[in-house]
Design a protein. Structure first.
Length: 152
């Protein structure tokens, strides 16, 4: 019996048709399928990222500006890191005096959470992190973690 679709195969198997020959794959078949799937996924990933990265680069400074305006924080430097297909981490270096202000930081986290909820979408997300800017902060370490400087 010649089976042409998975549905036919399952249907014939459930009906007790034992004339169906077992399917066997060689390791070369598996590697070829994996390679084709990997390339296909890579193309999909490239397509998604090529759409969302420019949006994140544009929107990142805008939403950080909202946080600054609503919380009173001074955020002179922003770093961005791709976190999955549609997620972006924004690392905000906060002026030391502002970072030590409980009221400003609390407000910043509230505003950041609101922005995360507003922008949350299956195709695009921001996640905020705040770090105190200091003379001893080694920005090379931040870059080595996969972040890139995001112009304001």
């Amino acid at each position: 019996m010649n089976v042409t679709t998975v549905d036919e195969f399952i249907g014939n198997s459930l009906s007790g048709d034992d004339s169906i020959e077992p399917i066997a794959f060689t390791s070369d078949d598996v590697l070829t399928a994996y390679s084709k799937g990997k390339n296909y996924i890579s193309d999909e990933v490239r397509t998604v990222l090529s759409r969302t990265i420019p949006l994140a680069v544009k929107r990142g400074p805008q939403v950080v500006g909202q946080i600054e305006a609503q919380s009173g924080l001074t955020i002179p430097i922003i770093f961005m890191k791709v976190n999955g297909l549609s997620g972006y981490d924004l690392l905000c270096l906060v002026n030391g005096e502002d970072y030590l202000s409980s009221a400003k930081m609390r407000k910043a986290y509230v505003v950041a959470s609101q922005i995360e909820e507003e922008l949350f979408d299956n195709s695009f997300q921001f996640h905020f992190r705040f770090v105190m800017q200091s003379d001893t902060l080694n920005e090379q370490n931040i870059l080595s973690e996969g972040y890139r400087h995001l112009p304001k």
